[in-house]
Design a protein around this ligand. Structure first.
Ligand SMILES: [Zn+2]
Length: 254
């Protein structure tokens, strides 16, 4: 077979598989053309993915995801947070995908991580009596200081919140909870320093939007829970009814 014929053959097989994919609705027409131009890559290991994988993670990485033993974590009495929901350990592939989201300029990883974890958490986020209704009025992302957000180009918690908003049909509000002081990253501090690093750095800019609301606070990772707790404190002071949280992964420090 000459080169031109081989090329034609290759194009034909691409078109056939795309047709099948679109017919079976595994990917939309728009996504098909996007994938032709920009092949999808695994959010964990960065390899180029076969055409027909609906989520952007390769099968090997997906198989190796480490799940938490419990998806619901109850905070101690007296905390401003009631419960935290999370499906994944901050280990291995999920850790890699979150690291890329924060430092690798791959904002799209946020939606894929939410798409991967949401099915495991959906039942927890719903009203106990009316399962078709979510038990939250608004979703609020943990804020970055404006300078940090400018450096990164985005706030990953806002991206996570907006994908959750899509799945839950609950509005995600940006700019309601703000970070007034640019503190050193919690990950660089010891446990004692973490506890005082965030005192008084979060505030609610539009208390009218928070008062009496049932809030789902959103972050990428939880380690000691002090970021969530300080954010929740500001929301509670502004009159929130209650605050639970969703995080992509929980990090257990040794
Ligand atoms: Zn992979």
């Amino acid at each position: 077979m000459n080169k031109a014929a081989m090329k034609r053959n290759k194009e034909d097989s691409t078109n056939v598989s795309a047709e099948v994919l679109m017919q079976t609705r595994r990917i939309s027409k728009a996504e098909y053309f996007l994938r032709l131009l920009f092949p999808a890559r695994c959010i964990c290991c960065d390899r180029i993915l076969p055409f027909d994988i609906p989520l952007e993670i390769c099968d090997e990485c997906k198989k190796d995801i480490r799940f938490l033993r419990n998806f619901e974590h109850i905070f101690p009495a007296g905390s401003n947070i009631r419960k935290v929901y999370s499906a994944f350990e901050y280990e291995g592939n999920v850790r890699e995908a979150i690291h890329r989201l924060k430092f690798g300029e791959t904002p799209h990883n946020a939606s894929v991580l939410v798409d991967l974890s949401f099915p495991f958490l959906e039942s927890f986020l719903k009203n106990e009596t009316f399962k078709s209704v979510m038990k939250y009025d608004i979703i609020i992302p943990t804020p970055l200081h404006p300078r940090r957000k400018r450096q990164r180009g985005y706030n990953q918690s806002e991206l996570i919140a907006s994908r959750l908003s899509y799945h839950m049909n609950v509005p995600a509000l940006k700019g309601v909870l703000v970070k007034k002081i640019n503190t050193p990253p919690q990950s660089r501090l010891g446990r004692g320093e973490r506890l005082i690093n965030l005192v008084g750095v979060f505030s609610v800019k539009k208390p009218g939007l928070v008062k009496g609301r049932r809030i789902l606070l959103v972050d990428d990772i939880m380690t000691t829970g002090s970021t969530l707790e300080h954010c929740a404190k500001a929301l509670k002071n502004a009159g929130a009814a209650y605050i639970d949280a969703y995080v992509v992964a929980i990090r257990h420090r040794s």
